[in-house]
Design a protein. Structure first.
Ligand code: NAD
Length: 260
């Protein structure tokens, strides 16, 4: 049922975003791949998705820290495909430091990219979804949208904000064929987490295996990373007709973290 739908995945040149773009393309969606660069490699990702899944896919550069570029991403998509049916707000960054030394520019960047971008893209996409009477907005939040950890003030604040934004959008659109939900992954092994593993190995003086088991996955009872493919499949489910009455909620994919 997703064949021919147009899906935008922000921050989709890597990790969860790329796997989500692949999962939606496998369901027949045309895809807008996005990041803030404009390299040949970025455009090649879209070309590879198109040829692998037999859909149309384009790369559109837009820096999710900039409100005008967030909104322009939607308008460029509509100009190219005629609609935006699925919006996955995935772009995100991380920075770890105690509040009192947390750099102001890192706070501002995390709030802009991880939270405000979802407001701007949704605001621009909703009128187009209302015009067709069908839409799916999926925000990639985090277990940190539901629980806190020390030294991640900006990330935890932004992700809690994303969960609140998700519920509000869902209520505003209830009954209009448009749903809004958040996927809340625990730890997923992507470049964003690789950096944390390397930093914590140095801090704790542990080897990689012990750092992953005892530090990174300390709060994740399964002691296993979720995979990017599992997150992509969760997004695809929330975009399906089976999920038409699933709105304003969070889907945790966290190995039991938030059951605690
Ligand atoms: P990643 O670093 O692999 O990918 C992040 C993507 O966002 C990249 O494509 C990057 O180019 C893009 N991006 C970064 N800044 C951008 C900007 N200003 N404008 C446009 N694109 C930008 O990270 P990931 O682990 O795949 O994370 C994806 C999302 O999942 C993030 O929102 C993250 O917070 C969330 N998440 C990740 C985990 C995890 O364990 N990896 C857990 C929970 C939630």
């Amino acid at each position: 049922m997703l064949t021919g739908k147009t899906a935008i995945v922000t921050g989709s040149t890597s990790g969860i975003g790329l796997a989500t773009a692949e999962a939606l393309a496998a369901k027949g969606c045309n895809i807008v791949v996005n990041s803030y660069g404009d390299d040949t490699a970025d455009h090649q990702i879209a070309a590879d998705i198109a040829s692998k899944h037999g859909v149309e896919a384009v790369y559109v550069k837009a820096d999710m820290s900039k409100p005008a570029e967030c909104r322009d991403l939607i308008e460029k998509t509509v100009a190219r495909f005629g609609s935006v049916d699925i919006l996955v707000n995935n772009a995100g960054i991380q920075y770890v430091a105690p509040v009192e030394t947390f750099p102001i520019e890192k706070w501002d960047a995390i709030i802009a990219i991880n939270l405000s971008s979802a407001f701007h893209t949704a605001a621009a996409a909703i009128p187009h979804m209302k015009a067709t009477g069908w839409g799916r907005i999926v925000n990639i939040a985090s277990a940190h949208g539901l629980r806190a950890s020390p030294n991640k003030s900006a990330y935890v604040a932004a992700k809690h904000g994303v969960v609140g934004l998700t519920k509000t959008i869902a209520l505003e659109l209830a009954g209009q064929g448009i749903t809004c939900n958040a996927v809340c992954p625990g730890f997923v092994l992507t470049p964003l987490v690789e950096t944390q593993i390397e930093d914590r190995m140095k801090e704790e003086g542990l080897d990689r295996e012990a750092t992953i088991r005892d530090v990174i996955l300390a709060k994740q009872p399964s002691k296993q990373f979720a995979t990017v493919e599992e997150i992509g499949a969760s997004v695809a489910f929330l975009c399906s007709n089976d999920a038409a009455q699933v709105t304003g909620t969070t889907l945790s994919v966290d190995g039991g973290w938030t059951a605690q």
